[in-house]
Design a binder for this molecule. Structure first.
Ligand code: NAP
Length: 322
């Protein structure tokens, strides 16, 4: 008998057809709200779930006794309790690598947009306020030759640093759980303590995953260590930063500007001052959101789910099931 799966969110028709060849696609309302009887009914039958930002809780897992694999269409899996899955013998697959370069493109775009005040100055033109040569109050900051501090130096951190070092001649500092000697050699990058990185970097870019150790890694004390001319970029997860402290630092000139793709709460609540601040470029969590990359991520998640449910080794397993 075919195993059953829940497809949460969008796959393209070809990917759905590929899954339907091997599995029964369970019909559902698109919700994982287990307070609803119809959701519990579908969950009770499912062997696999594929989707992104899945709100997985122990209660949801209790409602899904046949579940064998969760295949997330993302590299980050901070919304999923991995230890709980492992305890229950459920495999978690994710989609690293296929999104690295696209995410790094956006990270570097935010460095450039915040550093060169692109959005703010485009608005000057759009509003018809460009009536004479702009003066120093609207000058921006150089990017080339400035020091880029990478907080997290994994796949995406390295890809952003590569753009900075090789494309813009930026000296690279990094703080990371483990040393990266190959990248030090390739990019001339120097590993240092986080406090040193914050004090010495012109651009600080966050690419660590959200974990218990990295939650609110950057707060009031950390912003106070940064240069008043520093540009702060976060493309990892909003909760790595104390957002209230970030807002305060941007308002009172502790740092100069920020480029943000991620926020403590998403979508950003209308009460947030961040999108209204001239020194902030705020984006709706789009670092991997190109046609090509979202397609590649979905395909990788489909491949992972299919392989794992067929008892083969998936391309990307997060946990190990004995
Ligand atoms: P990765 O290759 O695993 O890189 C993460 C790096 O962070 C690793 O080098 C790791 O060190 C380091 N790290 C982990 N915990 C740390 C800690 N407590 N202190 C210092 N360093 C620590 O992951 P990736 O593919 O680059 O992705 C990074 C994150 O980007 C994802 O987890 C996701 O949250 C985020 N992301 C966001 C978007 C978006 O749309 N905005 C898109 C893709 C990814 P080791 O090398 O020593 O393990």
């Amino acid at each position: 008998m075919k195993k059953s799966i829940m497809v949460m969110g969008r796959l393209d028709a070809r990917q759905e057809a590929e899954l339907a060849e091997h599995f029964t696609l369970l019909e559902h309302s698109g919700s994982l709200d287990i307070s609803r009887a119809e959701v519990r009914e579908v969950l009770a039958k499912t062997h696999g779930i594929i989707g992104s930002g899945l709100p997985v809780t122990p209660e949801l897992l209790d409602a899904a006794p046949a579940l064998q694999v969760i295949s997330t269409v993302s590299v980050g899996y901070d919304s999923i309790p991995v230890d709980e899955l492992t305890k229950r013998g459920i495999l978690l697959c994710n989609t690293p690598d296929v999104l690295t370069e696209t995410t790094a493109d956006l990270g570097f775009a935010l460095i450039m947009a915040a550093g060169r005040r692109l959005v703010e100055l485009a608005e000057v033109v759009k509003q018809g306020k460009w009536q004479s040569s702009i003066g120093p109050e609207l000058f921006s900051s150089d990017i080339h030759g400035k020091t880029l501090g990478m907080v997290g130096f994994g796949r995406i951190g390295a890809a952003i640093a590569r753009r900075g070092a090789l494309g813009f001649g930026m000296p690279i500092l990094y703080s990371n759980a483990s040393p990266k000697p190959a990248l030090e050699k390739e990019l001339g990058a120097k590993r240092c303590e986080l406090d040193t990185l914050l004090a010495e970097s012109d651009y600080v870019c966050i690419t660590v995953p959200l974990t218990q150790e990295t939650e609110k890694l950057i707060g009031k004390r950390e912003f106070s260590l940064m240069k008043p001319s520093a540009i702060f970029v976060n493309i990892a997860r909003g909760k790595v930063v104390d957002e209230a402290a970030l807002i305060e630092a941007l308002e009172n000139g502790t740092i100069k500007a920020a480029g943000l793709d991620v926020f403590e709460q998403e979508p950003l609540p209308s009460s947030s001052p961040l999108p209204h601040m001239a020194n902030v470029v705020a984006l709706p969590h789009i670092a991997s959101a190109t046609h090509e990359t979202r397609q590649a991520m979905a395909q990788r998640a489909v491949d992972n789910l299919r392989l794992a449910l067929q008892g083969e080794e998936p391309i990307n397993a997060v946990n190990e099931i004995a």
